[in-house]
Design a protein around this ligand. Structure first.
Ligand SMILES: NC(=O)c1ccc[n+]([C@@H]2O[C@H](COP(=O)([O-])OP(=O)(O)OC[C@H]3O[C@@H](n4cnc5c(N)ncnc54)[C@H](OP(=O)(O)O)[C@@H]3O)[C@@H](O)[C@H]2O)c1
Length: 263
């Protein structure tokens, strides 16, 4: 039986490792034509070999607008159209707010926010011309609740990212209702994210981490059955609602502060 993913052209940024690599593989195995994007060509080639017969690799630094536009052009040159664009690149930080520098904040905004804005803006003209398309952005639970002070500017950047994507969704609902905008919010996922973080202090223990494969399958399901806002773990949305509806946010935060002290 033909898969619903068959022949869909899906750009996946950050596809040389972690969630993006798992997603490229899941999509490729179901007949899609994934376009794998990252800076490391050799790692991309290895992932592409596991991502079905039609995987395309494009080396790019998505913090550079012209390189993101090159990704779009390379995908269109190969396949003639693009069905979906997954902004998955992101980077953490290991620094509390009291110690953040200008460069730290700029780096977090560049890699977590501007990269996705460049992706959305690069693909919009093509989606508009087709009258359809799907922009999926991988955000984070820390983009909804700021429950990890050490991730400070990362959490702030993901909050900004969510706002931009929600505003884009509302803008397009009026101008281009065939274009869908989704955000996916993973919790802790078992990837090299922690050790790749800016100022990483070393690999972290990841108790209860979700696998990259599980998150990839949820992103695939989001592509098949679009929703605006997707949490990858049961109970996650309830946690967000509880925080924002708490009569005193500081009391809700204390639960996490105390849990960290214990940990
Ligand atoms: N892991 C978690 O616990 C977790 C939790 C919540 C949300 N997330 C989010 O999930 C997404 C994926 O994270 P992950 O855990 O898979 O991270 P990861 O294992 O560190 O992988 C990051 C990927 O992004 C690529 N990348 C980084 N900077 C890039 C740039 N400037 N241009 C192009 N590619 C770049 C990396 O490849 P190259 O080095 O080859 O460029 C790699 O393929 C991120 O948005 C992250 O914020 C992760």
């Amino acid at each position: 039986m033909m898969s619903a993913m068959q022949d869909r052209v899906v750009v996946v940024t950050g596809a040389s490792a972690g969630i993006g690599a798992a997603l490229a593989e899941v999509l490729g195995q179901q007949g899609a034509r994934p376009v794998l994007v990252a800076r490391r060509a050799d790692a991309l080639v290895h992932v592409a070999a596991r991502s079905g017969p039609h995987a395309l690799t494009v080396v790019a630094d998505v913090t550079q607008r012209h390189e993101v536009e090159h990704v779009r052009d390379a995908a269109l040159a190969r396949y003639g159209h693009i069905d979906a664009w997954v902004n998955n690149v992101g980077r953490g930080i290991d620094k509390p707010v009291s110690e953040l520098t200008d460069d730290d904040l700029d780096d977090m905004m560049r890699v977590n926010v501007k990269s996705a804005l460049y992706g959305a803006q690069a693909i919009l003209p093509h989606f508009r011309a087709r009258g359809r398309g799907h922009i999926v952005t991988v955000s984070s639970m820390l983009g909804r609740v700021p429950f990890a002070p050490i991730r400070s500017a990362y959490s702030a950047a993901k909050h900004a990212l969510n706002a931009l994507m929600a505003n884009l969704r509302m803008e397009l609902a009026v101008s281009d209702p065939g274009i869908i905008v989704s955000c996916v919010h993973p919790g802790i996922v078992d990837t090299a994210f922690a050790s790749n973080s800016l100022h990483a202090t070393g690999a972290m223990d990841l108790p209860d981490a979700q696998s990259a494969q599980q998150v990839a399958e949820i992103i695939r399901d989001t592509l098949l059955q679009p929703r605006a806002d997707v949490y990858t773990r049961p109970g996650a949305q309830k946690m967000v609602v509880a925080y924002f509806s708490a009569p005193d946010m500081a009391v809700a935060e204390r639960v996490f502060v105390n849990a960290r002290r214990r940990g």
